[in-house]
Design a protein around this ligand. Structure first.
Ligand code: IMP
Length: 187
């Protein structure tokens, strides 16, 4: 079987969904909200690699309460995922979270399979509390019931790239969020 690499499409040609200013404003607002809600507490931010790395780095800097961060990585069995929850952990947290206030930080809440799997896994560690922050939420695509506590933007069912989000590993470094011109296979 030969896996073809999709042709490169220049991001400048793609429609901007959210500008760097719109993203920065929302991240700042969510950072302030989290700082107020967790006043006097310490929190652990757990980013989901690789997509959430950029959102997490901005969010951590917008939070004024004591915080540390950690990362997990998951793989899904192919792009055409099914509602059986076919998600596998490929990198676990480095430090214990028992008794801690945890916020899982994700780039997109889409079908919900990744976050419901991760939420279940993290709850086994008995954190004091567990919340979810996501940059984007695509409620139309949900296969399992899960909602985020902090959402920068709710978006329609369009495939997007930039601000950490990829198509075939490309475009993560694009500063704004853009609409990819076609829907990738299996999405
Ligand atoms: P789900 O909620 O388990 O379906 O998975 C969410 C993951 O799918 C995200 O963390 C992204 O890695 C990926 N994803 C979903 N929609 C998009 C998109 O529009 N662009 C890039 N990645 C996406």
């Amino acid at each position: 079987m030969s896996l073809s690499v999709p042709p490169y499409v220049a991001p400048e040609t793609m429609e901007v969904l959210y500008s760097t200013k719109q993203i920065a404003d929302r991240v700042k607002a969510i950072g302030q909200q989290i700082s107020e809600e967790y006043k006097g507490e310490s929190i652990v931010l757990i980013g989901v690699l690789k997509g959430a790395a950029i959102f997490l780095s901005d969010l951590a800097r917008a939070i004024s309460v004591d915080n540390t961060f950690d990362f997990v990585a998951v793989s899904s069995y192919g792009r055409a995922r099914v509602s059986s929850g076919a998600v596998k952990l490929i990198k676990d947290i480095d430090n214990p979270i028992e008794g801690k206030h945890v916020i899982i930080v994700e780039d997109i809440l889409d079908t919900g399979l990744t976050l419901s799997y991760l939420r279940g896994l993290m709850l086994q560690h008995k954190p004091a509390s567990l919340k979810i922050a996501t940059c984007l939420d695509k409620p139309e695509r949900r296969l399992v019931p899960i909602e985020a506590d902090y959402v920068c933007f709710k978006i329609p069912n369009r495939f997007v790239i930039g601000y950490g989000m990829d198509y075939a590993e490309r475009y993560r470094g694009v500063e704004d969020i853009r609409i990819f011109p076609e829907t990738p296979p299996g999405h």
